[in-house]
Design a protein around this ligand. Structure first.
Ligand SMILES: [Zn+2]
Length: 179
């Protein structure tokens, strides 16, 4: 069993336009595709911690992993081929490459074959109340790959996190106190 944090960025906040964005519903499911690092490693029974750029929203257990072949448009810088390109609404040449700094009007586009994934985890969903800051996980991540949307967590350390104890204790009722 592994544990993962799953980054969701609201569509309007995405500066990185190399991909066409994912439809996510944080308490229910998470969708991604095979171009995402660690995409093929999530299994039924794994623990997931959905998060935004600033907060970790809750914890749950993966109950289903759906896979489906598909295609997606990939957009690149016409000069160096990088997918790290940003859109600037007000500019005459709105696209700018974050790697080679080239500015341009039209992206180079291609259709690639991918596997689409959708993982479901609604039944064991337990939100943190309130959500906890993302820095709480700094020492819990297995690697320092901050750019990854799906990041592996150290399960033993996650279990020790005080905010996570209601999740790991399950729905156990509290003992009535004897006077
Ligand atoms: Zn470039």
């Amino acid at each position: 069993m592994n544990a993962w944090s799953l980054l969701t960025i609201p569509k309007e906040q995405r500066g990185h336009k190399g991909n066409d964005g994912y439809q996510d519903s944080i308490p229910h499911f998470y969708s991604f595709d095979s171009t995402v690092a660690n995409s093929s490693k999530i299994s039924t029974g794994d623990i997931v911690a959905p998060r935004t750029a600033h907060q970790i929203i809750g914890l749950s257990v993966v109950e289903a992993v759906h896979r489906q072949p598909g295609t997606k448009e990939r957009h690149r810088c016409p000069s160096c081929g990088s997918t790290k390109i940003g859109y600037r609404k007000t500019q005459e040449r709105p696209w700018r490459c974050q790697v080679c700094k080239h500015e341009f009007t039209h992206r180079t586009s291609e259709t690639i074959e991918i596997t689409k994934y959708r993982i479901e985890y609604h039944s064991r969903w337990k939100p943190f109340s309130p959500p906890i800051p993302v820095a709480t996980f700094d020492d819990i991540y297995v690697t320092n790959a901050k750019q990854q949307s799906i990041r592996r967590l150290d399960l033993a350390k996650l279990t020790m996190l005080p905010a996570a104890s209601p999740f790991f204790l399950g729905a156990r009722p509290t003992e009535p106190r004897t006077p």
